[in-house]
Ligand binder design. Sequence first.
Ligand SMILES: Cc1cc2nc3c(=O)[nH]c(=O)nc-3n(C[C@H](O)[C@H](O)[C@H](O)COP(=O)(O)OP(=O)(O)OC[C@H]3O[C@@H](n4cnc5c(N)ncnc54)[C@H](O)[C@@H]3O)c2cc1C
Length: 418
Amino acid sequence: MRSLPGPVASQTSSARPGWANLGGVSTSEAAVVLGAGYAGLRVAHEIRRKSRRQIPVVLVDRHPFSVLRTELYRVADLAGVERDRAEWVVPLSDIETRKGIEFREGEVESVDFVAKQVGLRDGQIAFGQLVIALGSEVAYYGVPGAKEHTYQVYRLGEAIRLAEALKALESRFAYEGRPESPHIVVVGGGSTGTEVAADIATADWSKVTGTPAPRPRVTLVCGELPLLVGFSEGLIFHARRLLGKAKVTLNEGVNVTSVSGNEIHLRDGTVLQSDLCVWAAGIQATALVRGLNVPHGHGGRIAVRPTLEVPDHPGVFSLGDSADVVDPATGLAIPAMAQVAIREAPIVAANVVARRTNQPLLPFVYRQRGSIVAVGGGQAAGEVRRITIWGRPAALLKAAVQQDVRIAQRQRIRPPGI
Ligand SMILES: Cc1cc2nc3c(=O)[nH]c(=O)nc-3n(C[C@H](O)[C@H](O)[C@H](O)COP(=O)(O)OP(=O)(O)OC[C@H]3O[C@@H](n4cnc5c(N)ncnc54)[C@H](O)[C@@H]3O)c2cc1C
């Protein structure tokens, strides 16, 4: 590796007071990372490591914590813990103990690629290089009433809102001594919808509410796409079988056309009555990313080059759910998953360094390692290195992977010896 221009700590001409961890340098010398999720947190760490701590990093997020989003399907657990949601987050305040990375809490509102400025709700940050890792948000696909009348799990606050609504619903049915069970409809037959439906159907709501509560009836509306489309045949076979055991009713082959109050209208004229509806039908890039003046791909995600660089913007990269990366081997979009975001991060970091040293950029090579989908009641269905796994062992493996990711995210905050 060629030596980096520097030392950056001497370039203090436009230093901003308060950027203590940057040693007083201007942020225009820094790599600014937008979003501290799975992708952003790892990129920040990797840029420091790969540049041998010569490139200062500013990490920006709207929250003072990073959300472990892959665990938001555990809505019954969220309902059970009342206030202590520490298990679902990694606090970012500790990152300030880390020399060279500055955490800035703020809502990103704009990016000016020409002036090299990021606009926050309460100020501006200049950047030398930029990494856009702002994740994704729920997509309603223009279905009338879906936004107004459904809950979702794509953000922590929304998952908590759903958890509290479910708990209140269960408590109400128990209190009123109603003979029937509440009917929950989950829209979306991908992994998120499947996991949420199974979690609701198999949770011990009596324990959550502290009163003998009915077991909800759960219907999973898959829409026109097959259940768990894109996953392996073995995984789908066992997921379908275990969903049956969990008493989740599958409604397949018909899209939702509108939601009004407690009614879910399907294209074939069917109307499902529900006491609560969860929308888990898909994601899109955040509104900010969709509005950027860059090429866009599926769901408004940034259509990056194989090097994860934004076309026509040298030194600007995107990854994770914000980026649309096409696998040259298959011509298909690489799925929006945490495991992909985490593996893209070292490539982005290497390319941030390469841009500073005029070295060639590296492409991201996607290798599918496996997936495991939780289907409630301590069961899961998965495929790991082309081997199908299911039941309790699959659930234990998923829990172990999630624990590894949780620890890794925390260690990126408090790495030993730094
Ligand atoms: C219920 C559920 C279960 C899942 N399970 C799995 C799984 O088992 N395995 C798997 O691989 N993937 C799973 N996923 C997908 C995975 O969570 C995402 O692919 C992953 O979170 C993407 O990481 P990211 O860093 O791109 O985005 P995120 O982790 O969403 O991080 C984006 C960050 O950007 C911040 N941000 C966004 N907009 C702004 C703004 N304007 N200003 C400031 N900050 C902003 C957010 O606060 C957030 O911290 C699951 C998703 C869900 C919802």
